[in-house]
Design a protein around this ligand. Structure first.
Ligand code: TYM
Length: 411
């Protein structure tokens, strides 16, 4: 079943071509609404929007039409493994909260990805709910965004299988995360799903014809694979071949753009400034979890690795810990890089650490309070997730239909 916003998005790409908008923002900047497109449409006195968008009410006001035309889609997700840490928050979730004001957003909890490594079956259910609660506690607003569990929308797995037939094994074997994780799992013993993990991730994204995917730096390679796969499937099955089979023709998938923040894209371990902060690192001292108590946060920062240089500075390759901690301070305090540089250039570690701890605690406290409120009412979260899955299923079904039609299935 086609959804109105699908129509809007597919038609809006025609309009985008008509008005030749500026190229998409590059992967390192969060985009702003394409203002030049707004003015181009607003300046169009011929009013051909009705011809291009016959499904819009003829009396829809110009601002309403413009708003719908600009509704680009953003998707992202986090695995429910271990607890969500400052890296997940600063690299991804915090940016989702900004994006939901401008775009149509869908945020999912990727439980199917969480089973690609050995996991605790007693924990998965709770971790999935906790992750959803944390999304909301961090500011994801269900009046703007759809929040759901990946496995509740079956189309993710179906699309993954359909995409798998077009994915060369070599593309998967060269993924850095696969190489690292499969080595840890003992090579041949690693599960097939660890290899095909990026195909599922591509399905998560392509299913919703997503324009943008806000992620941390470590997901960039997976995003590139999703883009390559979308192109490949468009070439193999889209266009005139699809039209001959009764389809719309043209591209089946949109080519998604990664959105990687300038600061916070790679938050490093507290115990080693050269390793990424990670849920799977054996020592809990290496990360700050969003639900860590005030005392624990203060203690972890007090004991974190530093150096013996005088003063504090950004971007000195010999001081990875210093750069990391200043960057964290910059984001959680809401200050600019210049302000932090000025404030900290002559500061000692002994003075800076309590400053950083206070700023982190102050930033995370309201999130922790909201988390308690949300989890206190079990039925609320179930309702949110069920409504989110319904909305997602509606969009997902139209993509599955298109692809199956283009691939020649008997529908
Ligand atoms: P996951 O669960 O490992 O991480 C979730 C998000 O957090 C980011 N991230 C970090 N950012 C900055 N510094 C860090 N130290 C850090 N560690 C993690 C990740 O880049 C990610 O954005 N495969 C993905 C989940 C996924 C997904 C998707 C994401 C599945 N399908 C579709 C976007 C769209 C993953 O395992 O993320």
């Amino acid at each position: 079943m086609a959804h109105a916003t699908d129509l809007i998005l597919s038609s809006s790409s025609r309009l985008l071509t008509l008005y030749s908008p500026p190229p998409l923002q590059n992967a390192h900047q969060l985009p702003l609404p394409p203002g030049s497109l707004v003015s181009a449409i607003a300046a169009d006195s011929s009013d051909n929007t009705q011809t291009l968008f016959p499904f819009l009410d003829s009396d829809a006001t110009a601002p309403t039409r413009l708003l719908l035309l600009l509704l680009k889609r953003v998707v992202s997700g986090v695995q429910p493994t271990g607890s969500i840490h400052l890296g997940n928050y600063l690299g991804a979730i915090k940016n989702w909260v900004t994006l939901q004001d401008t775009y149509e957003t869908l945020f999912f909890i990727v439980d199917l990805h969480a089973i690609t490594l050995p996991y605790d079956v007693q924990e998965l259910r709770k971790a999935t709910r906790d992750t959803a609660a944390l999304y909301l506690a961090c500011g994801v607003d269900i009046s703007k965004a759809s929040v759901f569990v990946q496995s509740h929308v079956r189309a993710h797995v179906e699309l993954m299988w359909l995409l798998s037939s077009s994915t060369p094994i070599g593309w998967l074997q060269k993924m850095t995360q696969f190489k690292e994780k499969s080595r840890k799992e003992g090579g041949e013993n690693a599960s097939v799903s660890l290899l095909t993990y990026p195909v599922l991730m591509a399905a998560d994204i392509l299913l919703y014809k997503s324009d943008f995917v806000p992620v941390g730096e470590d997901q960039k390679q997976h995003l590139e694979l999703a883009r390559d796969l979308a192109q490949r499937v468009n070439n193999l099955y889209g266009g005139r071949k699809w039209k001959k089979l009764g389809g719309r023709g043209g591209s089946i998938f949109k080519i998604p753009e990664p959105l990687i923040p300038q600061v916070g894209a790679r938050v490093m371990s507290l115990t080693d400034g050269l390793s990424k902060m990670s849920k799977s690192a054996p020592s809990d001292q290496s990360r700050i979890n969003l639900l860590d108590s005030k005392d624990l946060i203060a203690d972890k920062i007090k004991r974190c690795k530093t150096d013996s240089f005088a003063g504090l500075e950004f971007d000195n390759a010999e001081r990875p810990e210093c750069n990391n901690l200043l960057s964290v301070y910059q984001i959680v305090s809401g200050k600019t890089k210049e302000e932090v540089m000025e404030e900290c250039k002559d500061t000692s570690w002994g003075t800076f650490k309590p400053l950083l701890a206070d700023a982190v605690i102050e930033h995370l406290s309201p999130i922790q309070v909201r988390y308690e409120e949300i989890t206190a009412e079990a039925a609320y979260l179930d309702k949110v997730l069920s409504e989110g899955a319904d909305r997602a299923t509606e969009i997902a079904e139209s993509t599955i239909h298109n692809l199956k039609q283009a691939m020649g299935f008997y529908l």
